[in-house]
Design a protein around this ligand. Structure first.
Ligand code: GDP
Length: 298
């Protein structure tokens, strides 16, 4: 198990005086530990630097608090700043004024897109929506079938190209799915797109073409939280190649540290909207910056 930020800070805090103002050396000692803890949690260096600078500035300017001792004061500042860097409030889905709302998923193969499509569909159905899944990943063998299985498990409709129907074009599938959703009165369309194991121009172009064809209300970038620093490079590539409105972090059950969450949000400026925490459909929820902050701290 890695050492949590709290573990690290406890040793520093024990040397802080119980009362009074934080001294510069107290602040330096704590921010040093924060820096190490964040780097160990795989947070990208520029993000660590920005974060530490912010904490330092706030700690220096902190009023002498009657209610909190110096250690508690630092924890509060770190917690507040973490929540801030993670986006503050939970960012909700923007629904289209005229249905269907079109959501497009993009990300590398293996990121957990297809699983996420099922999770999101189930989550939306439970909230009273009538979502439809769209199989526009025609690259990976079995992707269509996998989405159909997800649809069954989530009890939602799946729009997929019929074998032999001559529809081998994901852009055409995505386009037709919108008409189909309208016809069948689905109010939300979730389009699963193809990923590759690595970033490649052809994949980016296909995703961008689908985006242009259907003008999604939200493009969601799906990223595996376990890939650590690589999440930043991947996010930047998708930002340039396709563009996205929000981020979905998957496999957070395997990454207690949240380094990817901090970095991706800070570097792309896009909110993390959802989090996946396991292989089951129910292992999914809206992303709550405050909960993630306490997870990083605790
Ligand atoms: P895609 O290629 O992006 O469509 O990825 P898949 O949806 O096929 O997921 C790849 C693998 O990751 C599958 O074995 C999923 O069961 C697994 N997976 C997806 N989301 C999660 C998650 O949140 N936690 C864990 N532990 N595994 C996940």
């Amino acid at each position: 198990m890695f050492e949590t930020l709290s573990d690290r800070l406890t040793s520093v805090f024990s040397s802080l005086r119980a009362k009074g103002r934080l001294s510069d050396s107290d602040i330096d000692a704590t921010t040093r530990e924060i820096r190490i803890a964040l780097l160990e949690a795989d947070v990208a260096l520029p993000v660590v630097k920005a974060f530490v600078a912010q904490v330092k500035e706030r700690a220096r300017g902190a009023e002498v608090s009657q209610a909190l001792n110096p250690a508690q004061q630092v924890v509060k500042i770190v917690n507040d700043e973490l929540i801030g860097i993670l986006g503050g409030e939970t960012r909700r889905l923007r629904l289209a004024k005229t249905p269907p709302t079109v959501l497009m998923l993009a990300g590398l193969q293996g990121a957990g897109k297809t699983t996420l499509a099922g999770k999101l569909a189930r989550w939306l159905r439970e909230q009273g929506h009538a979502p439809m899944l769209v199989a526009a990943d025609l690259q990976r063998p079995n992707a269509v079938q996998q989405l159909q299985v997800m649809g069954e498990r989530a009890a939602v409709a799946v729009y997929a190209p019929e074998p032999g129907n001559g529809v081998g074009d994901p852009i055409e599938v995505a386009r037709r799915s919108i008409d189909e959703a309208r016809r069948l009165q689905h109010d939300i369309v979730i389009i699963d797109t193809a990923g590759r194991l690595g970033i490649d121009q052809e994949m980016m172009k296909q995703a961008a073409d689908i985006r242009d064809a259907v003008s999604p209300d939200e493009v969601l970038f799906v990223v595996d939280a376990m890939i650590g620093q690589d999440a930043v490079t991947t996010a930047q590539a998708f930002m340039e190649g396709v563009g996205f409105d929000g981020v979905v972090l998957t496999k957070l059950d395997g990454d207690a540290r949240g380094g990817a969450a901090l970095s991706v949000r800070h570097i792309t400026g896009r909110p993390i909207m959802f989090a996946s925490t396991g292989e089951k459909l129910e292992d999914f929820d809206a992303f709550h910056p405050d909960r993630m902050a306490s997870r990083i701290l605790d």
